[in-house]
Design a binder for this molecule. Structure first.
Ligand code: 5GP
Length: 185
């Protein structure tokens, strides 16, 4: 059995972060720590949640081909480090929290990656989650919501879609998918 790349994606506010943290908490899946140029939020630690880089450093690494995929969304860069993934895959399967376009780009670089899109029960639920996590300004929330229809329109390109209406049920479904894919690899 090979170790796999298990990508959790979906629109902003759908609950990717929570889900990935739950799936990585038992040590079976290793969380892929991405690089970003956005500022750390309260409670976020460099090297644990992200590697926080300056834009200059990020672009230098991008130029060097150090990212499997990278993108700029909402004014900040985000990227998956090739070296991090290669290293961690030797130890176990890796779980990634990527936006929808990043997930599809990763699949181009690494076709065996398994892509899952988490779906919101409805758009209002997404809006409420974004408002209640207090990490975006009203303007940023509008930007994120404006992308949702486009992101959902790409769901056919994903290997699986999972409705995130109840966290426990969605987590169980994701664990089933992971096991199935891991057994097949
Ligand atoms: P946040 O700023 O809320 O942590 O993340 C914003 C978005 O960036 C989320 O949709 C998250 O999935 C995505 N993201 C996190 N890391 C990466 C990455 O390495 N590459 C890409 N393309 N998106 C990422």
């Amino acid at each position: 059995m090979k170790n796999i790349l298990f990508v959790i994606s979906g629109p902003s506010g759908v609950g990717k972060g929570t889900m990935v943290a739950r799936l990585a908490s038992k040590g079976e899946l290793i969380f892929s720590v991405s690089c970003t140029t956005r500022k750390p939020r309260e409670g976020e630690t460099d090297g644990v949640h992200y590697f926080f880089l300056t834009e200059e450093e990020f672009l230098r690494r991008a130029e060097n081909g150090e990212f499997l995929e990278y993108d700029n969304h909402f004014g900040s860069y985000y990227g998956t480090l090739r070296s991090f993934i290669e290293e961690k895959l030797k130890e176990g399967s890796v779980i990634l929290d990527l936006d929808v376009v990043g997930a599809l780009n990763l699949k181009k670089a690494y076709p065996e990656a398994v892509l899952v899109m988490l779906l919101p029960p409805d758009k209002e639920a997404l809006k409420q989650r974004l408002i209640h996590r207090h990490s975006e300004t009203p303007h940023q929330i509008e930007d994120r919501l404006a992308r949702v229809d486009y992101e959902l329109s790409l769901q056919d390109k994903f290997d699986y879609t999972v409705l995130n209406d109840e966290v426990e049920k969605a987590e169980e479904k994701l664990r089933e998918i992971y096991q199935q894919e891991k057994n097949r690899a």
